[in-house]
Design a protein around this ligand. Structure first.
Ligand code: NAP
Length: 303
């Protein structure tokens, strides 16, 4: 039997609708809308396309949006001064610094300069600590893990008591999603195992998983025989494995993307599964919007 597809593209639409509605209500009641600033340093084409999508989405949901583009040779001191300016700007609820930054700038120093209450990416050590404590302490869960959890919940998958196995221990996906799934509360209460390159028997751990979350960046790493019958499989991996002519314009080449899971075989065993592309990918910017709205709600005391 074929697994139910958990489509990030559909969930994104539903969440963006909810955010748009809430923004309109807040505007009517409080006379303000969330403000997001995206700081882009240099002209890296991938960064430009990410920032463009973030801006487009922010406009769609009714936020005010500032795109602050800086030259590639901006000094670290000037960048820190810019962050300080937005930290003190009352109309800004979320500050996003598009990574990577040029080599002469200390990325960690810049990210740590963002006011934790405007850190909608959730990477500041204060927000990492808040996430670890859990419950009411959590302010901005990092966007990709927040998207993963949302997909699991909206797919109707039981998390309480579930065996969750996370493949990968990065700071942006593996560690935070593992931490979120083991917290007390709805959409969590799971028993979590995190596996990585030093794990002795990867297959045996994956085979136990009621919910298998894979964020390794290795195409096809997870074999069909590693998947438990009827389980939920979340494939975070986005791997470029080649190029093909674009469906819209056959003269243009586009990347062929593959996940970390052998999708075609896995979908015959899993109960539900995310595709790549169109699975976790669309959720990240969506959750950035939700965090920015949340930031304004905290400020207004209505979160
Ligand atoms: P990362 O920082 O490279 O971390 C990869 C993790 O996977 C590491 O912990 C590594 O273990 C583990 N790993 C790698 N190969 C493995 C193997 N053969 N067996 C077991 N574990 C293995 O990657 P990331 O930033 O978390 O990203 C992971 C993937 O998710 C990438 O494909 C990335 O493009 C994708 N991603 C997608 C989104 C999105 O869709 N929005 C967002 C973020 C990331 P060690 O720690 O032992 O090295």
């Amino acid at each position: 039997m074929s697994a139910k597809l958990i489509k990030g593209t559909e969930i994104r639409e539903a969440i963006l609708e909810e955010i748009t509605k809430e923004v309109a209500e807040i505007k009517e009641k409080h006379g303000v809308v969330p403000g997001l600033v995206t700081i882009l340093v240099g002209e890296n084409p991938a960064s430009i396309s990410y920032v463009t999508l973030k801006i487009k989405t922010a406009h769609r949901v009714g936020f005010t949006e500032i795109q602050d583009s800086q030259p590639v040779d901006i000094s670290e001191a000037d960048l820190l001064a810019l962050i300080d300016k937005y930290n003190n700007d009352d109309s800004i609820n979320g500050i996003l610094v598009q990574l990577p930054l040029p080599k002469h700038v200390n990325e960690k120093k810049v990210l740590n300069a963002i006011n934790p209450d405007k850190d909608v990416d959730g990477f500041h050590p204060v927000n990492v600590g808040r996430l670890m404590i859990g419950g009411d302490e959590v302010r901005f869960p990092p966007c990709t893990p927040a998207g993963i959890q949302e997909m699991i919940v909206r797919a109707g998958v039981e998390t309480s008591g579930a065996e969750v196995v996370v493949v990968g221990r990065s700071n942006i996906v593996g560690k935070p999603i593992a931490n979120m799934m083991l917290q007390k509360g709805p959409g969590a209460n799971s028993t979590v195992t995190v596996v990585h390159t030093r794990t002795k028997d990867l297959a045996a751990h994956c085979q136990r998983a009621d919910i298998l979350i894979v964020a390794a960046g290795v195409p096809g790493l997870v074999k069909p025989e590693w998947i438990k019958q009827g389980s939920c499989v979340i494939d975070v991996g986005v791997n470029r494995v080649g190029e093909k002519p674009s469906a819209k314009d056959p003269n243009k080449m586009v990347a062929i993307l593959k996940g970390d899971v052998d999708f075609d075989a896995a979908k015959e065993i899993a109960g539900s599964i995310t595709p790549v592309p169109g699975g976790v990918g669309p959720m990240t910017i969506t959750m950035l919007m939700r965090n920015t709205l949340k930031s304004l709600k905290f400020k207004l005391g209505i979160a």
